[in-house]
Design a protein around this ligand. Structure first.
Ligand code: T46
Length: 137
């Protein structure tokens, strides 16, 4: 899908000693990292997200537990399971995303290309679809 892909990051280590996954801005993370946030203690029946971003780029990780992410770009819809700490979901501009099926004690970490800015969010699904059909984002 355009602007959205699963990235498998390097795992250094082994089952004997455990693993380490390094993340570096503009290297294996495809942007300069300006913000990091966590999502945790989400009740299993609660979905989150339900928006797209106009410009923001992010990589979503599930450091513990598992969650499923529905992504949609106007042409394709996909459901991506995030179930291991070395897997990251790159979500670029104009990708509607919803997180659901949070396993108990799941911890998500998100790396973002910019500071928090509510104006960058498109939280209305109809507006998202209208914007996909225009050049003005
Ligand atoms: C996204 C998905 C994956 C802040 O004040 N600063 C922040 O950096 C963030 C991310 C959020 N907030 C505030 C905005 C809301 O009042 O925290 C509240 C909850 O945010 P929201 O309802 O957008 O949370 P999610 O889990 O639906 O979405 C979050 C990110 O906001 C969003 O960018 O792509 O995770």
């Amino acid at each position: 899908m355009k602007n959205c892909r699963l990235i498998e990051f390097h795992r250094i280590g082994s089952t004997d000693v455990g693993y380490l996954t390094p993340l570096e801005g503009n290297k294996n993370i495809p942007f300069d990292i300006k913000r990091v946030y966590y999502i945790y203690d989400v009740p299993t029946e609660i979905p989150r997200g339900f928006h797209a971003h106009r410009k923001l780029e992010q990589v979503l990780f599930c450091l513990q537990g598992s969650v499923r992410v529905k992504v949609e770009d106007g042409e394709k819809t996909d459901v991506i399971p995030l179930d291991a700490p070395h897997k990251g979901l790159y979500v670029g501009p104009m990708v509607w995303h919803e997180m659901f099926d949070f396993e108990e004690n799941t911890v998500m970490m998100v790396l973002a290309s910019d500071y928090y800015e509510e104006k960058d969010y498109i939280r209305d699904y109809e507006e998202f679809n209208e914007l996909l059909n225009t050049d003005i984002i």
